[in-house]
Design a protein around this ligand. Structure first.
Ligand code: ATP
Ligand code: MG
Length: 416
């Protein structure tokens, strides 16, 4: 993509009411646009990051047998009444609306109820189980406060998966598989060493639910972390009994702030019984289906990554989710330079490398400042000087010194 074609522009400052570092940087660099508190649009650069995160999540969900679908955002009142979650005193984040005939509708804050009701049409026999389904979906939640940028939106993207199992054994095996898949996801997006399985307040059914908490001061949660065992306890359930139950040593637990990037829990047969999702087993007996729920905050994850890796100059994307691999900067507009830079742009693009090409002919300092703000992993400069040396200048976003290398060397570096 040529920067001269990109409609977004970098900004010197973020809106005065934006307090969160992740949103300040993402707005200034042109990844997101703030519509109102907690509500953000995703711009061309932002979409590329989201799609990269989604691709990784999708690969890992498919690898454990997940089947992708998309549910609706308009939801029926009767389904949520069956589980006693329609009332605002039970769920305090509902947005609701009405049809012209006054029928009330809910705007999706979650999908357990409609998806479980839908599955009644496809699950009736033990032969239909297990079934594991997931979606990437916009959730709408009337959050009381939204001061953490895209880490807490009133409109945000979640990946939610639901597992339907024959019995507890099948459920628990999948739950463990999903836990491992989640750890892979967080590892692949660059948060492996900072993200911990955290015991938190229930599942409707089990003693604990499991959160995936990424350690960062920008997080809204407090957890007690055993770094060696890679386990943590959310402050919600932190007490001597729980510490003992989990076989942890209080003296080794460190209190840290963290952001919940994922959350998984078991519903047992409660929701299936409420919504009448049952199957007939081999002996002809009717049994309730066991339900598990598995969420990853896709946009929150993007915010956490933006926040954690940023430096004083701007964003610093991990390679796996960066919007582009290379920020190619052309300095000067002599025929020779334009030709050389265009040629390299085409060469890299044809080699399957995603390039953001700064062909705007700005002053060097401006292009470099934008490159630092936008945070693409590799910066490559073509100028009269590099052409005279039959070389180019390469710098990693995470390093300070640029190096003069050949085109061949660059290709080798990028193909690694
Ligand atoms: P929180 O305690 O942060 O409000 P939650 O318990 O309401 O989260 P879930 O309903 O389990 O979260 O949603 C699954 C995942 O979606 C969370 O782990 C989180 O990563 C993400 N998420 C939840 N609420 C938001 C939000 N308002 N904005 C962005 N992401 C969110
Ligand atoms: Mg919440």
């Amino acid at each position: 993509m040529r920067l001269s074609h990109l409609f977004t522009k970098t900004l010197r400052s973020a809106p005065a009411d934006e307090q969160a570092l992740n949103a300040q940087l993402l707005i200034r660099a042109g990844y997101i646009y703030k519509e109102m508190a907690g509500v953000y649009a995703y711009l061309p650069l932002g979409i590329r990051v989201l799609e990269n995160i989604k691709r990784i999540v999708r690969e890992e969900m498919n690898a454990i047998g997940g089947q992708e679908l998309i549910m609706t955002n308009l939801q029926r009142q009767d389904l949520w009444e069956k589980t006693d979650r329609w009332d605002e005193s039970k769920v305090d984040v509902w947005f609701k609306t009405k049809l012209q005939n006054n029928t009330e509708l809910g705007l999706a804050w979650s999908h357990e109820e409609p998806i479980t009701d839908m599955m009644r049409n496809y699950i009736s026999s033990y032969r239909d189980l297990p079934a594991n389904v997931y979606q990437f979906q916009t959730k709408l939640r009337n959050e009381l406060r939204s001061k953490s940028g895209i880490m807490r939106g009133r409109e945000f993207v979640m990946k939610d998966m639901y597992s339907y199992s024959l019995d507890n054994e099948q459920h628990e095996a999948f739950y463990e598989t999903a836990t491992q898949a989640y750890l892979k996801v967080f590892d692949r997006v660059g948060l492996g060493d900072k993200t911990f399985v955290t015991y938190s307040s229930g599942g409707a059914f089990t003693k604990f639910s499991h959160e995936f908490q990424t350690v960062t001061d920008a997080g809204e949660d407090v957890i007690y972390l055993d770094e060696e065992k890679k386990m943590a306890i959310n402050e919600e359930v932190y007490n001597d009994e729980v510490i003992k139950h989990l076989g942890l040593d209080k003296a080794k637990l460190k209190e840290v702030k963290a952001a919940e990037v994922g959350n998984i829990f078991s519903f047992g047969s409660i929701k299936s019984e409420q919504l009448d999702l049952a199957y007939t087993d081999k002996d002809g007996h009717k049994k309730p289906v066991i339900l598990g729920s598995y969420g990853i905050g896709i946009t929150r994850l993007m915010g956490v990554i933006a926040e954690i890796f940023a430096d004083h100059k701007g964003l610093v994307w991990p390679e796996a989710i960066a919007p582009f691999s290379v920020n190619l900067i052309r300095i000067g507009d002599s025929d020779k330079t334009v030709k050389a830079a265009d040629r390299l742009y085409n060469l890299l693009t044809e080699a399957g490398i995603a390039v953001l090409y700064d062909d705007r002919n700005l002053r060097v300092g401006e292009s470099f400042a934008d490159a630092d703000l936008i945070g693409i992993p590799n910066r490559v400069v073509i100028s009269d000087k590099t052409i005279a040396q039959n070389n180019l200048e390469w710098k990693k976003r995470t390093e300070n010194e640029a190096r003069s290398i050949s085109e061949q060397e660059l290709l080798k570096i990028l193909e690694r």
